[in-house]
Ligand binder design. Structure first.
Ligand code: MLT
Length: 264
């Protein structure tokens, strides 16, 4: 579906009834990243995914920032008449979920932080973002997809599920160049969220693939240590997009978490 928020088109899906869960995708994905979760959880859930600005059906609105992504997510909740939701973000979506906590914490029922980290980019990382922007402008999204695809999935997926690798590569190749350039600004300029982790007082599920090389398990462990009411689930045989690589295992831990919320 497409709606207009603050004068801009935003693509989203909204499936099921129950505890509202808003899914935020990573870079350079779109909301189809969450197809294995939408309407597929064992727990009663209203599952919603949105295209972050500049991706999928959502128009760009640069310059990019994780705060902008978080504010768009809050505007979508307003539009759908939802007061509080579970905010579930993967990688860049996780950075945006942490920004959502900083800016809209009274709207957060719980957090799910998948294959992500709290820390900001290193100086070397920031330079790499600028180099990727130049590459995207000169050679298009496909060059970005080619560079990122190997780290995007785990070794097990590369060896056993080439169809999934192709599907992800296609998703990333379709990302508009402007969305990529703006997102690289958002990634490069995002603040260190570590100081705000101790303020998180809602139940938090942290999920990571044991073969994730972009945001490795140690980053998730660091977040788990800092967030009081948190649990860590490590998905075996999955890399950076654990929700797509091991959907049954991912959906199981997410469903269990959602059921534990409704039992509280
Ligand atoms: C993502 O999947 O969103 C990116 O890998 C995040 C990053 O590059 O920091």
């Amino acid at each position: 579906m497409i709606t207009i928020l603050n004068g801009r088109a935003v693509g989203y899906d909204d499936v099921g009834t129950g505890v509202p869960v808003l899914f935020l995708h990573g870079f350079p994905h779109n909301r189809s990243l969450w197809s294995p979760q939408l309407g597929a959880l064992a727990a009663p859930a209203r599952t919603m995914s949105m295209d972050l600005r500049g991706f999928g059906d959502s128009v760009a609105a640069g310059p990019g920032s994780v705060d902008g992504y978080a504010d768009d997510a809050a505007a979508l909740l307003d539009e759908l008449g939802i007061d509080r939701a579970v905010i579930c973000g993967l990688s860049m979506g996780g950075y945006s979920a942490l920004a959502f906590w900083r800016r809209h914490r009274n709207r957060v029922r719980a957090l799910v932080l998948c294959d992500t980290r709290a820390t900001a980019d290193s100086e070397e990382g920031r330079q790499a973002r600028l180099a990727m922007q130049a590459m995207a402008r000169e050679r298009g999204s496909i060059a970005v997809a080619n560079q990122m695809i190997t780290g995007m999935v785990g070794r097990t997926t590369r060896e056993k599920n080439p169809e999934l690798v192709d599907e992800l590569h296609r998703m990333m190749s379709l990302a508009p160049v402007q969305g990529i350039v703006d997102a690289l600004d958002a990634l490069r300029t995002r603040p260190d969220a570590t100081p705000s982790l101790t303020s998180i007082d809602v139940p938090t599920l942290i999920v990571v693939g044991d073969e994730d090389v972009l945001t490795p398990v140690k980053d998730s462990r660091a977040m788990q240590l800092a967030i009081a009411d948190s649990r860590l689930e490590v998905i075996a045989g999955a890399g950076h997009v654990s929700n797509m690589e091991r959907p049954a295992a991912f959906n199981h831990v997410l469903s269990e978490f959602l059921v534990s919320l409704t039992a509280q």
